[in-house]
Design a protein around this ligand. Structure first.
Ligand SMILES: Nc1ncnc2c1ncn2[C@@H]1O[C@H](COP(=O)(O)OP(=O)(O)OP(=O)(O)O)[C@@H](O)[C@H]1O
Ligand SMILES: [Mg+2]
Length: 218
């Protein structure tokens, strides 16, 4: 489903990702760990095609997204990939419901019922009409998660998705990931340090010094 091949990413003279390869099967849940600044977000951004590598290729469902046009990548993201950004990237001018509905509306789908369902599951129904700047960190994070899941993506890229959540909400997020995997055989890549996440993943990798290594069993 995801095939990263010999990716190199440099910022100035610093090589953040040094020929990294990663292959994630359909239905697999993979965790990427590593200290702050090692390049976890950079790697996720390259997998989603938000960023381009200096070298290497990224195959999503057999297609090399590095070779696509910006428009093609945006379309593929909208239809196939749900991204939970580390910094949420919610739209401040829109309320909670509108933020979650956005990917559905962009894809020209019905949204009302789906948005209700997601808000209920993430326990944010009461926040429906609130503007983003009125929300707490954990509330924003749950809105960001709901938005990422709105289009029933086949691939979920989650950057520290539980960093601001208490145990109860972390359980809910894990539960919703599980359900999506079951229902759609979705592929999930999570960058996280959260020990609460480790329980439900299939494979773990450590990113260090520009290299990605498989590491430990569960
Ligand atoms: N646009 C950019 N321009 C220059 N340097 C960048 C840019 N984006 C990231 N970097 C650098 O690349 C390195 C990797 O950053 P990245 O955000 O991928 O780390 P991370 O592993 O996600 O860290 P954290 O756990 O703190 O989120 C860092 O040293 C960062 O300063
Ligand atoms: Mg990061």
């Amino acid at each position: 489903m995801i095939e990263v091949k010999e990716i190199v990413k440099k910022y100035g003279d610093k090589t953040v990702l040094d020929k990294i390869s990663l292959s994630v099967e359909r239905g697999e849940i993979v965790l990427i760990e590593g200290e702050s600044g090692v390049g976890k977000t950079t790697l996720l951004n390259i997998i989603s095609g938000i960023d381009l590598p200096d070298e290497g290729s990224v195959f999503i469902d057999g297609k090399n997204i590095v070779k696509m046009s910006e428009d093609e990548r945006a379309k593929l993201r909208l239809n196939m990939i749900g991204i939970i950004f580390q910094t949420y990237n919610l739209i401040e001018e829109l309320n909670v419901e509108e933020n979650i509905a956005l990917p559905l509306r962009l894809a020209g789908k019905k949204w009302k019922e789906k948005v209700e369902e997601l808000m209920e599951f993430l326990d944010i129904s009461d926040l429906k009409g609130k503007r983003i700047n009125m929300l707490s960190g954990g509330e924003r994070q749950r809105v960001a998660i709901a938005r990422a899941l709105a289009n029933d993506p086949r691939i979920i890229l989650a950057d520290e998705p539980t960093s601001n959540l208490d145990d109860r909400n972390t359980e809910r997020v894990i539960e919703i990931f599980r359900r999506i995997r079951e229902k759609y055989n979705a592929t999930i890549v999570i960058a996280s340090h959260d020990p609460r996440i480790v329980k439900f993943i299939d494979k773990k990798y450590l990113l260090e010094n520009g290299k990605l290594m498989p590491y430990g069993d569960r």
